[in-house]
Design a protein. Structure first.
Length: 395
């Protein structure tokens, strides 16, 4: 590798924009300036861009185009789904089921609803981060209106049993939402086969622009047994089928659509390529460093995720040394990187606070090369050895 090159291994935090996406965004920034709600030709040109992007994004998850609602982020989509369902269905029940390892974009709206009188069950997970569908079934009551379980965990990469959860939700007439921000575009998702009612995703996790997300809403917010089952949480104009007021970010949405097209086209090849890189990364790291272990499920995990635990060192120190060596990684969710508290995800799978602080998330992507993995594998053992030599907690 060239000594001036920087190795980016933090794709779970955000991805670099694909050059093809950049071209599309730039094109529409220059040429598509109309308001999609306007009736004149400039407005209808913009509306056509939204139509095409909606179609591309829907195709990636086997959804209907009309069921895609554009938002500013995955976080906003999560909030619309959770708060919208809760407020619309509060006369039918007040119980929500989620997991103990959700992203804060799900966890915090649930905690907010608890202050408003809703009852929220945070399901425990096993040592791999998996929700037990049997325990989920046991927690459902006549008051349960929503199940919100992430498709795959953003820190440890574990893929949840979404098929089982979807069947349970359907059998019990409970709305099922999944935060698929980490899984969308990385593994196959079929919302119809999986009985998913609501799904959140974000453009910047799939090589698209930041500031654009989407919420899949089954049947445009209509479900046969319940009628309209979700209320908007923002109010203004009638954009996005009255679910998300505000003039749409046309260039960003165009980029989102292009990013989805590329993901769908390259998905089988990228899954196989990334799994090979990931597995070599995991095996070589664990083989070369004593007192190291893998967090998350060894098989049921995202193709691009490796989360390590290194005893007797702190993750922040590892990050600083890696960054000095021109390698970017993370200790977990970028949204919580400034917190001194141990990761709630790692705590939930049974790690002690000391061990949780010794975690390192390495996430790869479309532009990761064999050479970059080799470079990381060369650099990480001496970094861990040096930090352990000066560690006050090493036995």
């Amino acid at each position: 590798m060239n000594s001036s090159e920087y190795v980016y291994l933090d794709y779970a935090a955000t991805t670099p924009m694909d050059p093809q996406v950049i071209d599309v965004v730039e094109k529409h920034f220059k040429n598509t300036y109309g308001n999609p709600s306007s009736l004149h030709s400039a407005g209808q040109k913009a509306a056509k861009v939204l139509y095409n992007a909606r179609t591309s994004i829907a195709s990636l998850i086997n959804a209907d185009r009309k069921d895609i609602i554009f938002t500013s982020s995955g976080t906003e989509a999560d909030n619309i789904a959770i708060q919208g369902v809760a407020h619309k269905n509060k006369d039918r029940g007040n119980h929500i089921i989620t997991s103990s390892i959700e992203h804060h974009a799900v966890e915090n709206p649930c905690k907010f609803l608890m202050k408003q009188g809703f009852d929220v069950t945070f399901l425990p997970v096993d040592k791999f981060g998996l929700v037990d569908p049997i325990k989920l079934q046991e927690e459902i009551t006549n008051e349960t209106i929503l199940i919100s379980i992430m498709f795959a965990n953003n820190e440890i990469g574990t893929i949840e049993p979404i098929n089982d959860i979807g069947e349970i939700a359907k059998d019990n007439d409970v709305i099922f939402h999944t935060d698929a921000v980490q899984a969308f575009g990385k593994i196959p998702i079929d919302v119809k086969e999986l009985n998913i009612d609501l799904l959140s995703a974000s453009a910047h996790k799939i090589y698209g622009p930041k500031g654009v997300g989407m919420l899949y809403m089954k049947n445009q917010g209509i479900r046969q047994n319940w009628g309209k089952y979700i209320d908007p949480i923002m109010f203004g104009g009638g954009h996005e089928r009255n679910m998300r007021p505000s003039t749409e970010n046309v260039p960003g949405i165009a980029g989102f659509g292009k990013a989805a097209e590329i993901c769908e086209e390259e998905l089988p090849i990228e899954i196989n390529r990334q799994i090979k890189l990931r597995d070599r990364l995991i095996k070589t790291t664990l083989d070369s460093i004593d007192d190291s272990y893998l967090n998350g499920h060894p098989k049921k995990r995202l193709p691009n995720n490796a989360n390590f635990g290194f005893k007797y060192v702190e993750g922040e120190s590892i990050l600083l040394d890696l960054d000095s060596g021109k390698i970017a990684a993370s200790t977990g969710s970028a949204c919580s990187s400034a917190s001194l508290e141990p990761s709630h995800v790692l705590s939930a799978i049974g790690l002690t606070p000391q061990d949780a602080h010794g975690s390192l998330r390495v996430s790869i992507g479309r532009f990761t090369t064999e050479e970059e993995i080799d470079y990381f594998l060369e650099k990480i053992p001496p970094i861990i050895e040096r930090l352990r030599e000066i560690s006050p907690v090493r036995k």
